[in-house]
Design a protein around this ligand. Structure first.
Ligand code: ADP
Length: 433
């Protein structure tokens, strides 16, 4: 209430009291005059209040307030202006919301808003075509009930959304979708889902092509390698001058066979998400046999290879796959460590899970190569690789096997001093004896 209205009210009250006093003077009944005057004022105020209440109750958007007298008229007008202003702001906000909804509805990618518990709050039309969500039945449902793939549940619950997840659509196996989740606000989730079927098919074609070529080349190569072996064994009967050439041919045929085997293994690893067998593997025994093979590979180069392995820790997974991953790491250590060098293999567990470290005192790797080391055919130095007979696929195989066992690879290295390759397995993959 501003100063003017306060004055006016006080004046009006004084006037009323004056009127009551005058009536009292005329009739001689002061008390009754005061009661009648104040009662009339109260009655009028209550009538105004009831009119205001009725107007607010039955109010239509553009209906002006009833005429009021004095301060009540001012109150009616102020409420009316406030309402009008509120309506305009609401109208503008609604227009923005409508535009956002229209544009997201036109998107071909699905946009889904989930609350902090993963329950559906809002989605656009593409979410209905890609994921089969139904309006309004699915509102408030947990997303993991609607996208039932076990990998999605795992991805959603573990909360690390740095990498997107590719999965078949819940409504059709032929549709391949990419899920990308971002956290916002009060731990709510914004989920974007893209149709990546074409990309997936191209990728599939590439994998099939490599797998088929490798498979087709295997038989002719086996024949060539077989005859080469016979020729080398009986070179005296042919022409001894050919011995060197035949030996080199045999060596290169061997390399090609290794390459094809690695390519086929990679193709097999890529074909499924997880290994089909998932028995607890006795890693300590596995490492012991790899250590013996490594000692044999080292031969006259006489590396000092040590093994410290916790026999109580077993790993859920495929023994064949784990053998090929671990032996790649250990054989690399032998290949890239000069004679008499030291190689240390450790297998231990802690709160976070289990870990395997292969440490060598070898030539080391420059830091700039580390992020790309697990790419196929990536070599730090191509001349060095051809000396060692490597295929350039070893670490790619390691990476794939680890992903399939929910593990990750950590590489640290100092040029000239040596390297440590560590595999970290989460606790869910470990079985304690
Ligand atoms: P390759 O068959 O050539 O060994 P990998 O994929 O196993 O292929 O390794 C990729 C490259 O990483 C190798 O060419 C080598 O340069 C480097 N590398 C791997 N392990 C080691 C190691 N223990 N010490 C030094 N360099 C290594």
């Amino acid at each position: 209430m501003n100063q003017n209205w306060r004055g006016a009210v006080v004046r009006r009250l004084l006037l009323l009291l004056g009127g009551c006093l005058l009536l009292g003077l005329i009739t001689g009944q002061y008390a009754w005059a005061l009661v009648i005057g104040l009662g009339a004022y109260l009655g009028w105020t209550l009538t105004q209040l009831l009119r205001l209440h009725k107007w607010l109750q039955e109010h239509k958007p553009d209906e002006p307030p009833p005429d009021g007298y004095g301060l009540w008229g001012e109150v009616f007008d102020s409420i009316y202006h406030l309402q009008r202003r509120d309506q305009k702001v609401r109208g503008r906000l609604q227009a923005v919301i409508d535009r956002v909804q229209e544009s997201t509805a036109a998107l071909r990618d699905a946009v889904i808003m989930l609350d902090s518990d993963g329950n559906l709050e809002w989605w656009n039309r593409a979410a209905e075509t890609l994921l089969g969500l139904k309006t309004p039945q699915d509102s408030g449902q947990p997303i993991t009930n609607l996208v039932r793939h076990p990998r999605f549940k795992e991805y959603f619950e573990q909360g690390n959304y740095r990498e997107p997840l590719d999965l078949p659509s819940p409504i059709s196996d032929r549709l391949r979708l990419q899920f990308l989740i971002t956290r916002y606000g009060n731990r709510e989730h914004l989920m974007l889902v893209r149709d990546v079927t074409r990309l997936y098919q191209l990728e599939q074609m590439r994998k099939d092509f490599v797998a088929n070529v490798s498979h087709e080349l295997r038989t002719p190569l086996t024949v060539i390698a077989g005859y080469l072996e016979t020729l080398v064994d009986n070179v005296e009967d042919v022409n001894p001058r050919w011995l060197r050439a035949l030996q080199q041919m045999q060596q290169q045929a061997g390399r090609m066979q290794n390459l094809l085997n690695d390519l086929l293994l990679l193709a097999k690893l890529e074909a499924t998400d997880y290994p089909s067998d998932s028995q607890p593997v006795a890693v300590d025994l596995l490492l012991l046999s790899i250590k013996n093979d490594a000692q044999a590979l080292s031969g006259e180069r006489n590396h000092r290879i040590t093994l410290e392995a916790d026999p109580h820790l077993r790993l859920k997974g495929s023994e064949t796959e784990l053998r090929s991953a671990f032996s790649n790491l250990v054989f690399n250590a032998v290949k890239y460590t000069p004679s008499e060098g030291e190689i240390r293999i450790r297998w231990w567990g802690d709160d976070q899970g289990a870990h395997l470290a292969v440490q060598d005192s070898g030539i080391g790797i420059e830091a700039k190569h580390l992020p790309r080391l697990t790419e196929r055919f990536y070599r730090v130095d191509s001349s060095r690789a051809s000396n060692t007979g490597g295929t350039g696929l070893g670490l790619a195989i390691v990476k794939h096997v680890l992903i399939r066992h929910r593990a990750r690879l950590d590489i640290s290295s100092t040029l000239g001093k040596g390297s440590i390759f560590t595999c970290h397995f989460p606790a869910q993959q470990v079985v304690k004896r």
